[in-house]
Design a protein around this ligand. Structure first.
Ligand code: KG4
Ligand code: ZN
Length: 356
C-alpha cells in the first residue's frame, strides 16, 4: 500500500469500534460492536457492565478491522485511540489495549479527543475547509464550537447539565416507551421521533430553556423536569400507575422533541450571529456541521436548516452511521493528525485517559 495507514480504536462509551483508513480517508476495513441493546434492557448504561463488554470485544473488533482491510499490524503507520472524554472505565479498556498493541508492534500512538473526532468526520466525506461552525449533539455531548484547525477549536457553548440524547432517553424511559409496540427496540431518541410524528406538539407546552441567558450554552435538565411534571399530572388525571403507557405519549413526544429542537436552533442562531459579528467564519460558503446521535433526528435537522437558511450558512450533516460513535472517526482524526504531524507519540510513552 502506497498511502499511510491508520488504525483507529474507540471505546469511550458503549460502542467498541475499530477501523483502518488510508490517508485519503478510504475505509479499508472496520468493525463495530454495539452494547446498546444491553443498556436498553437495564434502563441506562452501568459503567462496569460497559467496561466488561469492551473487555470481551476489543480484541476481536480490532482483529476484524485489520482482517477486513487485509492489513497486517506491521503495515500500519500509527494507532489512534480515544483517550477523552467519556466513561473512565470504558476509556481505560481501549487505552490499555492500544498501549500494549503499539508497544508490541512498535508503532506511533495518537491520543484522540472524542469531540475533535466527531467534529472532523465530515472532512473524511467531502472537502470542508476550516474554519466552520459545528454543533455536536448526542447522548453524552452537547456543544457548539468553531473548528479552526485539526487541533484548534473555539468552544462557544456546552451543556450545563445533561446532553439532549440523555434527556430524550430519560423521558422515553419515564414514559415506559420500551413497552410501546412500535418502540421496543428503539433508543429513546428514535422512539420519541417516531411517536412525535403522530403527536400534536401544542397539547403540552414546555418552556424553551435559557431564554434569558446571553450565551451559547445549553440546558436540558429543566425541560426534563417540566416533562416529568406533565407526565405525573396526566397519570394522576387518568388514574394510571407509573410504568404503564399513557394515551398521550405521542403529544408528549412531539412537545419534547419540539422544545429540544427549538433550544438547539436558538442557541445555534446565537452562535452564528456571534461568529458573524466577530468574523469567525469565512465570507464565502460559511458552514454549520451538525453531528452526533441526536443529529439523525429529522425534525431537529429541519429546525437547524431553517436557521442556516435564514443566516446564509451551508448545513452539512454526515449520514447517521458516521454521526454515532465508531472506529472510523477515530482513525480519520488520526489521519488528520498524522498529515500535520500533531500529537504523535512514540510507542513507549505512558498515556493516561481523562474522563472529562
Ligand atoms: O452519538 P451516539 O450514538 O452516542 C453517544 O451518546 O455518544 O448518540 C446516542 C444518542 C442517544 O441518546 C439516542 O437517544 C440519540 O442519540 N438518538 C436520537 C435519535 N437517534 C439516536 N435522538 C433523537 N432522534 C433520533 N432519531
Ligand atoms: Zn460520541
Amino acid at each position: 500500500h502506497s498511502s499511510r495507514l491508520v488504525l483507529g480504536i474507540e471505546t469511550s462509551c458503549d460502542e467498541t469500534g475499530a477501523a483502518v483508513l488510508d490517508e485519503t480517508g478510504q475505509i479499508l476495513g472496520e468493525s463495530l460492536h454495539s452494547q446498546k441493546e444491553v443498556h436498553l434492557r437495564t434502563g441506562g448504561i452501568i459503567p462496569t457492565v460497559a467496561q466488561q463488554l469492551h473487555r470481551e470485544n476489543i480484541e476481536r473488533v480490532v482483529h476484524e478491522a485489520l482482517q477486513r482491510s487485509n492489513v497486517d499490524a506491521d503495515q500500519l503507520s500509527a494507532v489512534a485511540t480515544t483517550v477523552k472524554p467519556g466513561l473512565a472505565l470504558s476509556l481505560g479498556i481501549g487505552l490499555e489495549f492500544s498501549q500494549r498493541f503499539v508497544r508490541k508492534h512498535n508503532k506511533p500512538f495518537i491520543p484522540i479527543h472524542h469531540m475533535e473526532a466527531h467534529a472532523l468526520t465530515v472532512r473524511m466525506l467531502q472537502p470542508v475547509a476550516f474554519p466552520f461552525l459545528v454543533l455536536l449533539v448526542s447522548g453524552g455531548h452537547s456543544l457548539l464550537a468553531v473548528a479552526r484547525g485539526v487541533d484548534d477549536f473555539l468552544l462557544l457553548g456546552h451543556t450545563l447539565d445533561e446532553a439532549p440524547g440523555d434527556t430524550l432517553d430519560k423521558v422515553a424511559r419515564r414514559l415506559s416507551l420500551i413497552k410501546h409496540p412500535q418502540c421496543s427496540t428503539l433508543s429513546g431518541g428514535q422512539a420519541i421521533e417516531l411517536l412525535a410524528k403522530d403527536g400534536d406538539r401544542t397539547r403540552f407546552r414546555f418552556r424553551t430553556p435559557m431564554g434569558q441567558t446571553h450565551n451559547c450554552c445549553f440546558s436540558f435538565a429543566g425541560l426534563r423536569n417540566q416533562v416529568t411534571m406533565a407526565i405525573m399530572k396526566k397519570e394522576a388525571e387518568e388514574g394510571i400507575r407509573q410504568g404503564s403507557l399513557l394515551s398521550c405519549v405521542n403529544d408528549i413526544a412531539a412537545a419534547t422533541q419540539h422544545t429540544i429542537a427549538s433550544h438547539l436552533a436558538k442557541r445555534t442562531h446565537r452562535a452564528i450571529l456571534f461568529c458573524k459579528a466577530n468574523s469567525l467564519l469565512p465570507e464565502r460558503n460559511p458552514t454549520l456541521v451538525l453531528s452526533g446521535g441526536v443529529a439523525s433526528n429529522q425534525y431537529i435537522r429541519k429546525a437547524l436548516s431553517i436557521v442556516t437558511e435564514m443566516t446564509g450558512l451551508h448545513l452539512l450533516c454526515p449520514p447517521a452511521k458516521f454521526c454515532t460513535d465508531n472506529g472510523v472517526m477515530i482513525a480519520w482524526n488520526g489521519v488528520e493528525r498524522l498529515r500535520e504531524g500533531k500529537g504523535i507519540l512514540p510507542p513507549d510513552v505512558d498515556v493516561f485517559y481523562e474522563p472529562k
